[in-house]
Ligand binder design. Structure first.
Ligand SMILES: C[S@@+](CC[C@H](N)C(=O)[O-])C[C@H]1O[C@@H](n2cnc3c(N)ncnc32)[C@H](O)[C@@H]1O
Length: 308
């Protein structure tokens, strides 16, 4: 496979594409470079009837649930047009501060207040300045619109700072922006001091590829979701609750295909597996691919894996 300019291929792992955002190779990557990667045993041959990307073996594929390890833009452009009923994604926010310098910090510093990451790995792609974040996000959103069939859905998570930017991104990508769902995390949410309103909500910007069709299987869907963050259900530093994702995937009838190019710990995929939807996830961190594979395996068996 020929990589795009700037992409790095790790020795012995020519099917992995990385955009170089993770500058230090993780322990997992170092093991892979030394040829002692036990995780690659998990890689499976794609079944004939499942979605494939030429030359890239899925990291995990079973029962309509597929996870690819690699860089989203490079992989999205290799998926077939009109393949998905919805794109539901929680991209890096490139947020967490008022200035470019504050936003360029490691997610561990920005998003784990009191320095408590509870052992969850950090992740790349979260350090862009505002202009490059908007430009990059428009590129992947345009790919999502190509993948989502006519009248299909797009949902993008955002915090309050990036809300105006990401509503622009959705429209620049070619979706019709239709609204914002508020996820209320409850009063446990942080306030920098007593003069503040709590940063209690995150937002799901939603739209459709053209018309919004009347749903026959369910709906109308709740425009506010109340769900506290449970540590036992949080497998990623910025992981979203399984219950929130279960509500969002409901817009697609069972059996439909949902794509998430920023898979993280695969909460979208877990919701799909638990509710009978098909799934394609893409994730550039191998550590998070491994965590995802364990969660997905459990979800396919109808179980919700507890975070360590
Ligand atoms: C906000 S997290 C998603 C968390 C997820 N919703 C969950 O509940 O676990 C975003 C993820 O996107 C991944 N990522 C960032 N840039 C990427 C890229 N260019 N290609 C693929 N994955 C990327 C990061 O490694 C991170 O795990």
């Amino acid at each position: 496979m020929t990589n795009a300019p700037g992409a790095t291929t790790f020795p012995g792992r020519s099917d992995i594409i990385n955009d170089g955002q993770t500058s230090c190779p993780s322990r997992v990557m170092l093991r892979a470079m030394k040829g002692k990667d036990t995780m690659s045993k998990r890689r499976q041959k794609p079944a004939k009837d499942l979605i494939k990307i030429p030359s890239v073996k899925p990291y995990f594929q079973r029962g309509g649930i597929t996870l690819f390890h690699g860089e989203s833009l490079r992989l999205l452009e290799q998926l077939p047009t009109g393949v998905a009923a919805a794109a539901i994604t929680d991209p890096p926010y490139s947020s967490g501060g008022m200035t470019a310098g504050e936003r360029a910090r490691d997610p561990r510093e920005k998003y784990c207040h009191n320095g408590k990451d509870l052992g969850r790995p950090s992740f790349g792609g979260d350090m862009r300045d505002q202009r490059s974040h908007k430009y990059w996000s428009t590129l992947w959103c345009d790919q999502l619109r190509r993948l989502v069939q006519d009248t299909g859905y797009c949902m993008i998570f955002s915090d309050w700072r990036q809300l105006p930017t990401m509503t622009d991104v959705m429209q620049a990508g070619g979706f019709v922006w239709r609204g914002v769902v508020a996820w209320n995390k409850g009063r446990g949410a942080r306030a920098p001091h007593k003069g503040y309103f709590r940063h209690q909500a995150e937002y799901i910007i939603w739209g459709t590829n053209g018309k919004c069709r009347k749903a026959e299987h369910a709906g109308p869907f709740d425009g506010c979701i109340d769900q506290t963050v449970l540590q036992r259900d949080k497998h990623h530093m910025t992981g979203k609750p399984t219950e929130v994702m279960k509500q969002l995937v409901e817009v697609v009838p069972p059996g439909g295909l949902i794509v998430d190019p920023f898979n993280g710990s695969a909460t979208t995929g877990v919701a799909c597996a638990l509710t009978g939807r098909r799934y394609i996830g893409i994730e550039q961190s191998e550590e998070y691919c491994e965590i995802s594979a364990k969660r997905l395996e459990a979800a396919i068996a109808g179980e919700i894996l507890k975070a360590a």
